[in-house]
Structures are given as C-alpha cells and as structure tokens.
Design a protein around this ligand. Structure first.
Ligand code: ADP
Ligand code: MG
Length: 268
C-alpha cells in the first residue's frame, strides 16, 4: 500500500460526532493578525488536511488547538475539553497549567522536526509519557511501545538511539510516541517536510494506516498524494482565514477560490 492509492483510506470509514469544534478563533502576535475568525468542525474518525502558503497561520492554528498558544477570541473544544478554560456558574475561567496539561494529553502532536529526546533509547522515548505522566506500569507501557513500534514498521529498533535512525525512522518513532498516550485526536504539522524525498512515503504510509484505523487527524501538509488517499476534507488557509474547504476531489479539480487555484498551480 502506498499513500498514492486514491480513495482507499476513506472507503468504508464512517464519521462520528464532532470532536474538534473551532468557533470564531482570533489570534494576534503584536499587531500581526494571524488567525481571523477561523471556524472548523472535525468529526470523530475524520481526516482533515490543511494546506496553504508559508505564513498563512497553519501551525498557529494547530498550536492553538493543542493549547501551545492561547487564543484572543472564539472558542476551541477538542476531545471534550473547552481548551484552556473551565465553565463555572456560566462564566469561563482560565485553567491552571497543570489542568491545561491534562487536556493536552488527549491530543497527540507530531512536529516537522521529530523532537525525540536524543539521550534515551527509542523505547524509553515512547514509554516516558505513559510512565511518568500517566503513571502506567512500566512493563505494560513497554509491551505497548513494542506493539506501536511494530505498527510503525520498526519492530527491531527499540534499543536504538535517535541519532542511529534516519529521519523517516525518527518521525515514525515520534508518531509511536504520540500514540502511546492514547490520544483521541492526532495533529500533524508538516510531518514530512524535513525529510529526504525517499523517506516521505514510509511516514505517509503509517499515517494512511492510522487514518484507516479510524484515528481523527488534522494534518498540515503539502503532500497532495496523502490528501487524495486519506483526507475526507482539504482546507486552504490564506492570510489567517479558511478560504476553501472541500472533499479532495473537488478541492483538486474544481476549487472555488482563486487562492486555491494559485496554490495548486504552484505545488502540482
Ligand atoms: P504557517 O504554519 O502557515 O507557515 P504560522 O502559523 O507559522 O504559519 O505563522 C503565521 C504568522 O504568525 C506568521 O506571520 C508568523 O511570523 C507569525 N508567528 C507565528 N508564531 C509566532 C510567534 N510565536 N511570535 C510571533 N509571531 C509568530
Ligand atoms: Mg507552519
């Protein structure tokens, strides 16, 4: 199976209730208005691909969903949490950092630059969160880590150190590490853009498999093969706004926005 097989991942997958609800989100950095009234609903099991040129606000949106940034307006509900807030007597109260960290555990994030801990082995990278944060028994966490390593195609790498792995292998470990926390939603921020071309498909194939197994995923990527193979919806962000939102077929063949046509003419 390769990420280039169109339609396959979507076949037979049914979508559930909304699990990420983004409403009227605003974000500014100084006088740079980075997210402008962004609204987006993602249903359980859905795969949404976000694309758009550099600086359009894609990473900021993902970081706001994961509460790595605070928002200046609007609301984000993800995996059952009103991110960063608690409702008390009809009012919204900001959460303490420890409570925010608890909310973040339901969201798995994979970054462009892998971010593995260099000084510990692959299996320790994967079990660190489950053991230290979730307080799960070490033997159980290690068994699960081995199963995850098999799932990402690296069954023989548990004792390797990150520097001994290729970029594609490190990114697959990073995906396994995120999955070890049993997230309800996975967020990917350009997971293949730091990789050599020959390693891109090994990472995308893992992501396509994940989508087939019903994981809810929001993926910032310009890999249009992945979008065609796995996305239920493709979104184009332009200058802090969502300007196109369509199923992959429509997005690629009959986009409404001039921005999408221009974007596609540059990347295809
Ligand atoms: P994209 O991921 O689409 O390339 P980003 O979300 O990274 O876009 O950036 C959107 C805008 O926000 C850019 O103008 C960027 O310079 C700005 N920006 C992003 N993060 C920060 C930050 N931490 N501080 C100040 N400006 C930022
Ligand atoms: Mg970015």
């Amino acid at each position: 199976m390769t990420a280039q097989d169109p339609q396959i991942a979507r076949a037979g997958r049914s979508l559930g209730e909304p699990i990420v609800l983004i409403e009227g989100v605003e974000k500014t950095f100084g006088d740079n208005h980075v997210l402008k009234n962004v609204s987006l609903t993602v249903r359980q099991g859905e795969v949404v691909v976000i694309c758009g040129r550099s600086g359009s606000g894609k990473s900021t949106l993902l970081r706001c969903i994961d509460h790595l940034e605070t928002i200046d307006g609007g609301t984000i509900r993800a995996a059952g949490h009103l991110m960063g807030m608690r409702e008390k007597n009809g009012k919204r109260v900001p959460l303490k950092d420890s409570e925010v960290a608890k909310q973040q555990r339901d969201l798995g994030m994979v970054f462009q630059s892998f971010n593995l801990f260099p000084h510990i082995s692959v299996i320790d990278n994967i079990t660190l969160g489950p053991v230290r944060i979730q307080k799960r028994p070490k033997s159980e966490a290690r068994d699960e880590a081995r199963a995850l390593l098999a799932r990402v195609g690296l069954p023989d790498k548990e004792n390797a150190y990150p520097r001994q792995l290729s970029g594609g292998q490190q990114q697959r470990v990073a995906i396994a590490r995120a999955l070890a926390m049993k997230p309800k939603v996975m967020l990917f921020d350009e997971p293949t853009s730091a990789l050599d071309p020959e390693m891109i498909s090994e990472v995308l194939d893992v992501m396509v498999d994940l989508s087939r197994q019903g994981m809810t995923m929001i993926v910032v990527t310009h890999e249009m093969g992945f979008a065609r193979a796995a996305a239920d919806r493709v979104i184009l962000m332009h200058d802090g706004s969502i300007v196109e939102e369509a199923d992959p077929e429509t997005f690629f063949t009959a986009p409404k926005s001039e921005h999408t046509r221009l974007f596609l003419s540059k990347i295809l």
